[in-house]
Write a protein that binds this ligand. Sequence first.
Ligand code: J9Q
Length: 269
Amino acid sequence: MRFDVFSIFPQYLAPLELSLIGKARKDGLLELNVHELREFTTDKHRSVDDTPYGGGAGMVMKPEPWAQALESIIDTAAETKPTLIVPSPAGEVFNQALAYELAEQEHLVFACGRYEGIDERVLEWAEEHFTVRPISLGDYVLNGGEVAVLAMVEAIGRLLPGVVGNPESLVEESHADGLLEYPVYTKPSTWRERDVPDVLLSGNHAKIAKYRKEQSLRRTSARRPELIEQMDATNLSKAERNTLWELGYAVVDHKVARRAAPGSTPTQD
Ligand code: J9Q
């Protein structure tokens, strides 16, 4: 897979040289190019922004440098259009399902906006050459797209074959099954008068799996109740249905619905 990132602060992307993604780059598992947007300006002051038509606060990124930049990486020999990801608080929200979808693509291009955003005509024009995807990291405000791109490249890059050494660690984590991860413990078995739950020392693997699933359900109910209602209830065990009932949910057909009276909130214990 090939990644191209355009930014006026390419140093923001320096962490991608490190750790898992840096190693994958060195190993040739992915190609990552970071481009300085100002290199694609033609004026003396290398300007990338200007005041918004219609007035209002802040500045808008000019279209010309973006068109030059994006044209520079169009591969006329490519069989498919690259995907152009535009980090924006006005985009669809990034999640694990989107990470899996984007990890299937041959070529991802990231356009990091700053200020109030990029002139809308760039995104319209880009549709001719790219599949354009405005994407938000979540409902909060950043100063620009760079930090969102760091998160997305890591989330997507680690799904590529060979990037994560042990592929089992891809499935046994939060969001892989739509629930939050169960709590984890390591040695010592007693620490500051707190014991690791007995069942985890029992060696009974069926019992441990059942305990962990119940902990995942309780934690998800307490912290992310909307994920419980999005669960596929097709393959729930009797014990899991009982836990959900105790937490204020009912399993009807293949769906989970809130059972408790309106206004009441399910709790962890
Ligand atoms: C580019 N606030 O915020 C949340 N996800 C993306 C963003 C964002 C921002 C400003 C510029 C992206």
